[in-house]
Design a binder for this molecule. Structure first.
Ligand code: SAM
Length: 319
């Protein structure tokens, strides 16, 4: 493992010094055993106790302890030896090991400094991993992609801290980060919202925002007993493949998203009333009715029935 400054760990240097052939054999054997053990609950508990680590609820710490789920995540993300992967929240490094095996290079961003010495230990055998002790929301990911991947689109993977799922995902999609895909564990309810379409109870502003930029695919449902400690909610792995161009063309993206938010803020109301009551829109009832007429929508229509194409057409009708 490398620190953000790019230094190798003392343990890795020691292994190197012991002799190339012996080290290689030892390393191959140990990696297989460690990988098996880290995704095993006993090993996770052992590491946590040995390091006197206390789980921090405020950081959304629920560590994966199921090898089958980890393999599914790696397969869903379609990681190859050509890939640079950004991992969000490595915890004690369980998924990081799988990523390091599958990818060319991994950068893992972890906010909790108490986990850094543990990661130094669990990732000591990997020279293709850099751990960055930082808040992911403060990292310049575009610069990281430039440095590590020559500015080519990167893959983002993680068992996300659920308290910041939306800022992380939308921050990535709305930014200028060169991005190929995001494969993440999220709350099941959030995964369902991301992939829902019109007429579905889970359909909302998040569905439209995600689907404007990406194609969602729900890869796996994951029950609470796959984590330590067990979360109080079900989880799911969702893959968001970034579109090369947004799903629809619209003259003013911001106006479209303001209309979308206003429509879903007052779900039970008709679209006309939802838009009229919205704080950040200043359209009269007449203007709204004219725009609806232009795009062939009835004045009793509800926002939750509109497709992304219809929201885009409506936004254009206001211009
Ligand atoms: N990847 C590990 C696993 O699956 O076992 C841990 C996943 S745990 C759900 C979320 C991880 O994200 C924790 O290690 C937590 O400390 C870290 N984290 C929380 N907030 C973060 C932030 N703002 N930036 C970076 N890491 C964060």
């Amino acid at each position: 493992m490398r620190s953000a400054a790019g230094r190798t760990s003392p343990l890795k240097d020691a292994v190197r010094g012991a002799g190339a052939v012996a080290a290689l054999l030892k390393r191959a054997g140990r990696q297989m055993i460690d990988m098996e053990k880290l995704s095993n609950p006993k090993k996770t508990i052992e590491i946590i106790q040995k390091n006197h680590f206390n789980f921090q609820k405020k950081f959304g710490q629920n560590f994966l302890i199921d090898a089958h789920v980890l393999e599914k995540i790696i397969a869903a993300a379609q990681i190859t030896k050509d890939d640079f992967v950004l991992e969000i929240g490595p915890g004690i490094g369980t998924m990081t090991q799988y990523l390091a095996e599958a990818a060319r290079e991994v950068a893992a961003v972890e906010i909790d400094r108490n986990l850094i010495p543990i990661l130094e230990e669990t990732l000591s055998d990997y020279d293709n991993v850099t751990v960055i002790n930082e808040d992911i929301l403060k990292v310049d990911i575009a610069a990281l992609a430039g440095e590590k991947n020559g500015g080519k689109p990167i893959k983002v993977v993680g068992n996300l801290p659920y308290y910041i799922t939306t800022p992380i995902v939308m921050g990535l999609l709305e930014s200028n980060v060169p991005l190929e895909s995001i494969t993440v564990m999220v709350q099941k309810e959030v995964a369902l919202r991301m992939q829902a379409g019109p007429g579905n109870k889970d359909y909302g502003a998040l569905s439209l925002a995600v689907q404007y930029y990406a194609e969602p695919y729900l890869a796996a449902n994951v029950p609470p007993n796959c984590f330590i400690p067990r979360p109080g909610v079900g989880s799911a792995v969702i893959v968001l493949t970034r579109r090369s161009v947004p799903a629809v063309q619209v003259q003013d993206e911001r106006r479209m998203f303001r209309l979308i938010r206003a429509s879903f803020n007052q779900r039970r109301k008709t679209l006309v009333n939802g838009l009229k009551n919205a704080g950040d829109l200043e359209y009269s009832r007449e203007q709204i009715l004219t725009a609806l007429q232009k795009v062939g929508l009835s004045e009793t229509v509800r926002g939750e029935t509109l497709t992304l194409e219809q929201f885009a057409a409506l936004a254009d009708a206001f211009s």
